[in-house]
Ligand binder design. Structure first.
Ligand SMILES: NC(=O)c1ccc[n+]([C@@H]2O[C@H](COP(=O)([O-])OP(=O)(O)OC[C@H]3O[C@@H](n4cnc5c(N)ncnc54)[C@H](OP(=O)(O)O)[C@@H]3O)[C@@H](O)[C@H]2O)c1
Length: 285
């Protein structure tokens, strides 16, 4: 049987790290890209690009042909459950042996958790062996979602109150994913993945300030302000509502849980927020 690993979401936060770490382990993964324009750098990095757009099922079928294992990233779009179902059904037909799925921290009563849980159930029902990765909020959100105002206003804006969040570095999530893909003993496991400590957004701002040598403020703003900002950025309404629910859960302290999984699976301490800030410092300059 082929031992090809397909990495989806290969240009994204976690998938790009999974690709790097697989290549560093001597494995050439097949990597799914929506546009072959993005393929060149992945090819140079040692991967085998293949075109795959979940909105075009025929590309999913060809991408999965001959694949043994899939690292599955569900793009955060309103039809993520339906798109993921297409991949799971196609994987079943293609005789894929294992899916390592990027999910999210399970939290009661929020849409994001419900959607990820539906996708996990579809995998379980398919009979394909699985490992579910359920990370908390990414440290890299401070890069992708907040860098602009950190640079322009020396501040970032959210409605998360004083709630603590055990942010996790995507490099650690990728390390757990790679272990699940290339070593045994992770089949049937659901891993809650967090950093080593829970921090409020004000505490994160204080660490960023120390590392960058200038004051960065966290501004706790009303939910309506955050809603308007996301709508203004063109985000679809279901996505806006799901994120506002998530931030409300942060505020309520529901994302403060700390899990030992990174160390248990990788043998390494999770990357601290301070180390993350040092590693990405130039992004906020
Ligand atoms: N951000 C967080 O704090 C957090 C926390 C826990 C869980 N999560 C979960 O993580 C997942 C997102 O992972 P991420 O942040 O690593 O991804 P990301 O950076 O948002 O990137 C999304 C990836 O999906 C690809 N993609 C988008 N639409 C596609 C389509 N129609 N067909 C095929 N590929 C498509 C993108 O490719 P292109 O380059 O072509 O756009 C990109 O590689 C979501 O399921 C989210 O719920 C996020």
């Amino acid at each position: 049987m082929s031992n090809t690993i397909l990495v989806t979401g290969a240009t994204g936060n976690v998938g790009s790290q999974v690709v790097q770490q697989l290549v560093a382990s001597g494995i050439m993964p097949r990597v799914a890209v929506r546009s072959m324009n993005k393929a060149e750098s992945l090819k140079k990095a040692g991967a085998e690009p293949v075109e795959m757009d979940l909105e075009r099922p025929e590309t999913v079928q060809s991408a999965l042909t001959g694949v043994e294992k899939v690292f599955l990233v569900s793009p955060f779009v309103p039809n993520m459950v339906e798109l993921t179902a297409i991949l799971i059904e196609t994987a079943k037909r293609a005789n894929v042996q294992q899916i390592v799925k990027l999910s999210a921290l399970a939290q009661p009563g929020i849409a994001l958790s419900k959607w990820h849980s539906e996708m996990e159930n579809a995998i379980t029902s398919s009979g394909i062996s699985f490992t579910f990765l359920r990370p908390n909020g990414f440290m890299q959100n401070f890069v992708n979602a907040m860098a602009e105002t950190i640079k322009s206003d020396k501040a970032f804006y959210l409605n998360a109150g004083d709630g603590k969040v055990s942010f996790v570095d995507t490099r650690d999530i990728a390390s757990v994913a790679v272990a699940a893909l290339i070593t045994s003993g992770h089949e049937g496991q659901s891993y809650t993945i967090t950093g080593a400590e829970a921090l409020s957004h004000a505490e994160s701002a204080s660490i960023l300030s120390q590392v960058l040598g200038r004051t960065i403020n966290y501004v706790d703003v009303p939910e309506d302000v955050v809603r308007q900002g996301m709508q203004g950025a063109g985000m679809p309404e279901p996505t806006v509502n799901a994120l506002l629910e998530l931030y409300a859960s942060y505020k309520a302290g529901q994302a403060a849980t700390v899990s030992p999984v990174v160390e248990q699976v990788t043998g390494k301490q999770p990357i601290s927020f301070e180390q993350f800030a040092k590693d990405y410092a130039e992004v906020w300059q």
